[in-house]
Design a protein around this ligand. Structure first.
Ligand code: NAD
Ligand code: UDP
Length: 338
């Protein structure tokens, strides 16, 4: 089976490419390196010992998509390509709406033309918006995300629902990720944002290797056991394996539209992640408690029951694994840069 991965050089896409190749799928990647580096291609080959096809280009460009579908018999698509920085989406909304919506529409139109109607889409827990539940189950009504990035995910989910209702020969699975962290155990691929990171784990890593001075924990006066926010962190390799399960279901069953939460179901506080990171990596992090960050909800956690029931998927990696593997990646990556 040949699978097209859009955005396959990025953080989650590269880990998914590795898992697909390990599971003996043929892989075709399209990426324009807007948020990734070319050397990821070689790293995927080193990790898997396998080859795959690569097209450098923009998923908004229907011509290159037509070329890919003409040159390859694509059985299914996993669509990761898109911009994902919440803060940047607030300052550059048009860029986010253009890239995330346009790439998806172009992809869907060309898939339709080429009669390839099997799609796995990277959605996000952000679509639950500011809903006041602390444990999110797929049947909760979507909320309103507070930023343009989140809104693009909600809009794309709506587009996919409309498409399926108009043409039920489509098979669509929307995966709502919780907080992906960690790296492949080789330390070769991982999350490597440019500039000052916004997300917790990339920030911790920069402090751990001395590139940033101090982590500020945003708020310790929440109504949670230790006062800091709770999130559901998921190891990226578990997440990538969730895609393989979703794809297998999609390729082997009747067309349907499906939604699954991909999370561990375990809430972890910011303080817990910091202390676990210190313990497993045997180091001290410089951190302080600061003011709450605007828009943060106190506690968010997945209910992953449906993914277990229908996909036979659940997370296997621990918080210790996430902290160890993340650090291993930054150590190898900062050594490479020196
Ligand atoms: P990433 O930025 O590391 O990867 C995205 C990849 O897509 C990059 O390699 C980038 O160069 C490429 N890309 C972007 N726009 C493109 C375009 N128009 N044409 C071709 N390539 C393009 O992001 P990631 O963390 O791997 O996330 C993958 C997907 O998962 C995204 O859609 C993101 O919104 C979603 N998601 C991520 C998280 C997270 O915390 N990382 C959480 C929920 C959902
Ligand atoms: N956080 C923090 N300091 C930072 C970055 C994040 O305390 O420098 C907290 C943030 O308030 C949230 C958690 O870490 O409670 C996860 O934040 P992240 O931005 O990684 O993911 P989110 O769940 O907000 O999308």
């Amino acid at each position: 089976m040949k699978i097209l991965i859009t955005g396959g050089c990025g953080y989650i896409g590269s880990h998914t490419a590795v898992e697909l190749l390990n599971a003996n799928y043929e892989v075709v990647i399209i990426d324009n390196f807007s948020n990734s580096k070319r050397d990821v291609l070689d790293k995927i080959k080193v990790i898997t010992g396998k080859n795959f096809s690569f097209y450098e280009g923009d998923v908004c460009d229907k011509e290159i998509l037509r070329q890919i579908f003409s040159e390859n018999k694509i059985d299914g698509v996993i669509h990761f390509a898109g911009f994902k920085a919440v803060g940047e989406s607030v300052s550059k909304p048009l860029m986010y709406y253009r890239n995330n919506l346009d790439s998806t529409l172009s992809l869907l139109e060309v898939m339709n033309e080429m009669n390839c109607k099997k799609l796995v889409f990277s959605s996000s827990a952000t679509v639950y918006g500011d809903c006041h539940e602390t444990r999110f189950v797929e049947t909760i009504k979507k909320g309103t995300p507070s930023n343009p990035y989140g809104k693009t995910k909600t809009m794309i989910e709506d587009i996919l629902e409309d498409l399926y209702h108009a043409d039920p020969t489509w098979s669509i699975t929307m995966l709502r990720y919780f907080n992906p962290v960690g790296s492949h155990s080789s330390g070769l691929i991982g999350d490597d944002p440019s500039g000052i990171p916004n997300n917790l784990m990339p920030y911790i890593l920069r402090v751990a290797v001395g590139q940033l001075e101090c982590l500020t924990i945003f708020g310790n006066d929440y109504d949670t056991p230790d006062g800091t926010c709770i999130r559901d962190y998921i190891h990226v390799v578990d997440l990538a394996q969730g895609h393989i399960k979703a794809l297998e279901q999609l390729l082997n069953n009747e067309p349907k539209i499906r939604i699954y939460n991909l999370g561990s179901g375990q809430g972890v506080s910011v303080t817990e992640i910091v202390t676990t990171f210190e313990k497993v990596n045997n180091l001290k992090l410089n951190y302080k408690y600061g003011a709450r960050r605007n828009g943060d909800l106190p506690a968010i956690c997945a209910d992953p029951t449906l993914a277990l029931k229908e996909l036979g998927w659940k997370t296997t990696k621990t918080l210790e694994d996430m902290c160890r593997d993340s650090y291993n990646f930054i150590i190898k990556n900062s050594q490479n840069k020196n």
